[in-house]
Design a protein around this ligand. Structure first.
Ligand code: C5P
Length: 224
């Protein structure tokens, strides 16, 4: 029905930052609030989907009617995402840390005579690319996000190709926009067919519009 266009569909959403441990009491993080990802999960559930939300550490309430899996690190997030498959569509809104500390200690690092510690960073798995490039069990629709501070559209197009996803939702997160952590968002939906630039609106409105577009794409690909 029109008011529940995702009834019978399974959706996966990632949201929030990841925390990458340095030692038992310290971590590397980023400024993602999780607001946009949580709003997408809520909108998809309201549209009738069975939604799994894999969330890094956030201060937000769990959206109603959503199965929430809480994780800390990028590696934990990848494991939770793979456990949630198969799904019809997956939306990767999390701000995953690109790097983690190569060997996070079991004990708190002490201030000593050796001066400041040198942290060796290694690259985290790319969760979006891993799922988008799966040979078996790839979701029909894989949507990534791109938080850019310059050349937003060019970078989004490059990311679409590099990650192997179907759509990139790109936004300009330069400090002046107030998007990171804020309540509003102005996004460009970049697909193989072109770009739709949506006006600045609340993150809930972006979520509702994106969910409507996902429902239409799934219906076109697999009418029921
Ligand atoms: O390459 P970049 O980090 O800008 O790509 C952003 C997109 O990739 C987002 O959809 C984000 O959730 C996803 N991503 C991911 N795993 C990573 C890095 C990014 O899923 N390790």
């Amino acid at each position: 029905p029109q008011d529940r266009p995702l009834a019978g569909r399974r959706l996966l959403v990632t949201s929030g930052p990841t925390h990458e441990p340095i030692d038992p009491v310290r971590y590397i993080a980023n400024r993602s609030s999780g607001k946009q990802g949580h709003a997408i999960a809520a909108a998809a559930a309201a549209a009738g989907a069975a939604v799994t939300l894999v969330s890094g550490p956030v201060t937000l309430a769990d959206p109603p009617g959503v199965t929430v899996v809480k994780v800390e690190s990028a590696r934990d997030m990848l494991a939770a995402v793979e456990a949630a498959l198969p799904v019809d569509a997956a939306v990767f809104a999390a701000a995953v840390a690109d790097w983690r500390v190569a060997s996070a200690g079991d004990q708190k690092i002490k201030k000593g005579q050796d001066g400041a510690p040198q942290l060796l960073l290694v690259e985290n798995p790319d969760i979006l690319a891993t799922v988008a490039r799966r040979a078996a069990g790839r979701p029909r629709l894989v949507v990534g996000f791109a938080a850019e501070t310059e050349n937003v559209l060019a970078n989004a197009r490059a990311k679409l190709a590099r990650k192997g996803c179907d759509w990139i939702v790109a936004n300009d997160v330069s400090a002046a926009t107030g998007i990171m952590g804020g309540d509003r968002n102005a996004v460009h939906v970049v697909t193989g067919a072109g770009v739709d630039s949506w006006p600045s609106q609340s993150k809930e409105q972006v979520a509702a519009a994106l969910v409507a577009r996902i429902a239409a794409a799934l219906a076109a690909a697999d009418p029921r």
